[in-house]
Design a protein around this ligand. Sequence first.
Ligand SMILES: [Zn+2]
Length: 474
Amino acid sequence: MLTMADATSLLLTGGRVIDPASGFDGVADVLLTNGKIAAVGKDVPADAARTTSRIDVKGLIVSPGLIDLHVHLREPGQSAKETMATGTAAAARGGFTSVVCMPNTSPAIDNAGTVALIRERAAREGVVNVFVTGAISKGIAGEELAPIGSLKQAGVVAITDDGHCVQNNDLMRRALEYAKMFDLPVMDHCQDYSMVTDGVMHEGYWSTALGLRGWPATGEEMIVARNILLAELTGTRVHCQHLSSAGSVALLREAKKRGVPISGEACPHHFVLTDATIAGSAKFWAEDGRKLFEYEPKDRPVWPNYDTNFKMNPPLRSAKDREAILEGLADGTIEILASDHAPHCDYEKEVEFDYAPFGITGLETELALCLMQLHHTKRLSLPDLIRKFTVAPAELLRLEKGTLRVGADADVTVIDPDAVWTFTREESASKSSNSPFYGWPLKGRAVLTIVGGKIVSDERATRERAKPLAARAA
Ligand SMILES: [Zn+2]
């Protein structure tokens, strides 16, 4: 449900304000005026009573607007999957006030003209802030560097060949050296093609049992190790996208101890699901899903085996890998949470597992799954969780976002961490419906998403504090 408030001033009263950038955590009012944070504190006076609308957010969390730094908006060229309007509407519904879009569009975002086109379209049709990444290599082909200087001038916030991975180590080294000159972080989808070849799921027990070609964890770890070495050699910050394996977490943890400028992100599907899901829901709930979220048997979602909505790249891995990702998030090795929102049309996904494209949508379920698997399980405090969605991505990409400091942009997300709801195809704002999480009982959601002082998503009416899941929480 999208509503646009046109008041010039908005006062959020009585919420628990958590701003990890400044270390603030306490009950306070937040006044938003003319698109900026005007005041944060106790009993903030409404400055212009007539134009200020008040919203009572008692019992809710007031967070800096959430940032998702890994989103595929599919424009230009793939608007059958998603558009600027639908992708940013899904972001708003998920609580995200800023998204960072990936350059593997058609054509790829590898030149200043395409960057300008997307920024112009985002300003016109987007309901949240859209930041653009440029490609590392021309056409994301991994052979020749893209014009990194002119991409930077056109306004990209990072470079990445996401969806693909530069295989030539010398080309990657030169990309890092150029990126350093232009003060741009480099993000990388870590996949060694010679190891992975045409693998479609995690190489392990289930790939053998199901007769599907394996995508070994080593195929990711090789490139994580390569990136650590090159980050150390060049001094350029490298960010490893969507980490999925225990080995990657161990490599990152060790490198960070030595002060290597390396970082990583994790996506909810990799720390909620495992490769057993591809054997069907009965197998998953009987084994790797047994203790997940303490669902009652009647609450447990059902899906068939070989369901292509469990096919993504990197793939869902073993329970041991899932646990290592959770540990990496808890101890700070992995600083950033992201969705890798990757919409695809039904006709593309409704084929045999081998032939379906990799990827799932994620913007609308991401916050709930993170709250369930990190906050409700007590692995992370709320401020530490919110940090991974706000100040951490803002610092990596040097965005003037991710804080509630007075004078900052009035991007705010109001969260009910205990709201119980079910994600459905019908209510989704995304143009695509390739999510594995339809029908899942979820706990926690964004109630209000505010961009530049304007409400772009309002779920207050549908908010429901149902008891069953809440009562079972540890
Ligand atoms: Zn990727």
